[in-house]
Design a protein around this ligand. Sequence first.
Ligand SMILES: Nc1nc2c(ncn2[C@@H]2O[C@H](COP(=O)(O)OP(=O)(O)OP(=O)(O)O)[C@@H](O)[C@H]2O)c(=O)[nH]1
Ligand SMILES: [Mg+2]
Length: 246
Amino acid sequence: MASPHQKAQRANKKHKRDKNSPYPYTRKEADGAPSTPSNPIASLLQQAEFTKSAQTLMQCPADEGLEVAFAGRSNAGKSSSLNTITNQRKLARTSKTPGRTQLINFFEINDELRLVDLPGYGYAQVPEFMKKEWQANMSDYMEQRECLAGLILVMDIRHPLREFDLMMLEWSVHSNMPVHILLSKADKLNKGPANSALISVQQEVEPFGEHVSVQLFSSLKKDGLSEAQQVIAGWLQQTIEQDIQE
Ligand SMILES: Nc1nc2c(ncn2[C@@H]2O[C@H](COP(=O)(O)OP(=O)(O)OP(=O)(O)O)[C@@H](O)[C@H]2O)c(=O)[nH]1
Ligand SMILES: [Mg+2]
């Protein structure tokens, strides 16, 4: 297993960003903006196609290029967020039944970039041995997957920062992995309570350091879409810039 130091070295190499480049942060799109040629990030993400499912690290596609993974408790809205961010209604399967996504699902944007829907955790009806297996597989993936550029951690805004969310945050900090939290289903709360929840989560994750950020998100209303797309683009920045220029 790579030491945190080795991971940091790799991360620096992987995430070498051009600090002078204003792109993509100067681009201001309205949330939920359609993917037009003026919104190249949205157009690129829209190209995502299902490639394969894996149960273990061994079964994952070659550890090359860059990928962004969506993690979160069962039913938090991971698959829905992935669909919203790629502007595809049925890319990742969503369900009212918790525990729908039980495999690691890979979606290829192009030869170098992938999005990953991770299995939900915390599903009460899963037997104990399967939970242990899940934990082992996730821990392998988080600690050893070198192409992992960042983690989108999806939490139902009404139940944020449960035990499993904290475990993912610990793993990410340990591996020097940037994490962006989507407080999903924000449409379920009025604006005031939603903003209070945002502030409270921001305060609670402060001890995890600068690699952790938080935003409100609604797949139903597409609120926060542009912000989430820009965070992902920031992680994949150099590769995306090359792809857009080609
Ligand atoms: N109101 C509302 N409902 C949402 C939103 N996002 C997801 N849902 C609903 O929440 C349920 C679970 O969504 P999924 O996207 O399947 O959740 P998941 O985290 O992928 O779940 P698992 O794969 O089972 O771990 C579905 O019934 C969705 O329609 C949202 O932004 N607003
Ligand atoms: Mg799912």
